[in-house]
Design a protein around this ligand. Structure first.
Ligand SMILES: NC(=O)c1ccc[n+]([C@@H]2O[C@H](COP(=O)([O-])OP(=O)(O)OC[C@H]3O[C@@H](n4cnc5c(N)ncnc54)[C@H](OP(=O)(O)O)[C@@H]3O)[C@@H](O)[C@H]2O)c1
Length: 289
């Protein structure tokens, strides 16, 4: 199977390369190799490579900066996805696109199902929702909504916490936003499996379980100290969202219902704590050199 992977230099892009199926011939293009915001370049790349599958891991992911740069965010998260969908239609490829729990406002206080109506609170969420609709304009496209992604590659909450916990005497973390941390490696495996099965439409894929950012931080510290990635324990102070104001509003509760993707994959996802342990062990092996 010939696959064109866009955004290959990002956190998920790199995890997708790591987890690629042995029978996949993946042409991995990072932002320098292919700017998905350039319509002509997208069409030319798809015309040149003629992939059966286009997997889009590229996105404008600076959630707070997007509030000041709505057009730049829309160009990548919405219009560029339309370019990819148009190219997929023109050259008979299937598009796999990645979206986010931030399409929801988080106010219903219970699981979000695939057909719940998005009500994004932020520019990032709104542009990602528009991107979902653009992706759906190509026949048989697959949109994978996920949440709270972290991996050994790229900047993410786990790495930020490790840095702060090593440097500060106390770390303050929001305790009233609830979601599900998701390991980029397990997400990548699920994306390849769903794409390989020809799954289409919108699916939700995250690791299992539920956490606040505070719970996540506590688990990061517990595990990192246990395996020697951190050499001391610092107090983690739970704070409210209002005590940590950010330009973009985030959903208070954005746990996604995964039952449909679990049914397709044939197994439930691993719990986020188990996946966090795997990532931290991998990080430790990497820092050892
Ligand atoms: N991270 C999360 O917590 C999270 C949660 C839910 C959903 N998602 C979704 O998951 C997907 C992957 O995100 P990620 O965590 O891997 O983010 P990431 O590490 O920021 O990766 C995004 C990649 O897209 C690239 N990119 C930006 N503009 C581009 C353009 N015009 N053309 C080509 N590439 C471009 C970025 O390159 P530069 O670095 O050079 O800008 C970066 O390599 C995205 O669709 C995101 O919306 C992420």
């Amino acid at each position: 199977m010939k696959v064109l992977l866009t955004g290959a230099g990002g956190q998920l892009g790199r995890a997708l390369m790591q987890a690629r199926p042995t029978d996949a011939d993946v042409i991995a293009l990072d932002r320098v190799a292919l700017d998905i915001g350039d319509r002509a370049a997208v069409l030319a790349a798809v015309a040149a490579h003629r992939p059966e599958l286009i997997v889009n891991a590229a996105a404008y992911t600076a959630v707070d900066r997007a509030e000041q740069e709505p057009e730049a965010a829309a160009q990548i998260n919405h219009h560029a996805v339309q370019y990819l969908a148009d190219a997929a239609m023109t050259y008979d490829a299937r598009l796999v696109h990645v979206s986010t729990d931030f399409v929801f406002d988080g106010m219903q206080g219970q699981l979000y199902y695939i057909d719940d109506t998005p009500r994004p609170l932020s520019v990032y969420g709104a542009t990602k929702w528009a991107g979902e609709q653009a992706a759906l304009s190509a026949p048989n496209s697959l949109i994978v909504r996920t949440s709270w992604v972290y991996g050994v590659d790229g900047a993410n909450f786990v790495k930020t916490m490790l840095r702060l916990m090593a440097a500060r005497d106390e770390v303050r973390v929001v305790a009233d936003q609830i979601g599900t941390p998701t390991h980029a490696a397990s997400l990548a495996r699920a994306i390849w499996a769903l794409a390989g099965q020809g799954a289409a439409g919108i699916v939700h894929v995250t690791d299992a379980g539920v956490a606040s950012w505070y719970d996540f931080a506590q688990a990061i510290q517990d595990e990192a100290v246990a395996i020697g990635l951190l050499d001391r324990v610092v107090p983690i102070v739970p704070i409210a969202t209002e005590d940590y104001p950010t330009p973009a509003k985030r959903p208070a509760f954005s746990v996604l219902d995964k039952s449909a993707s679990w049914a397709l994959l044939g197994v439930p996802a691993a719990h986020w704590r188990a996946e966090l342990g795997l990532m931290l062990h991998q990080l430790k092996d990497m820092t050892r050199g």
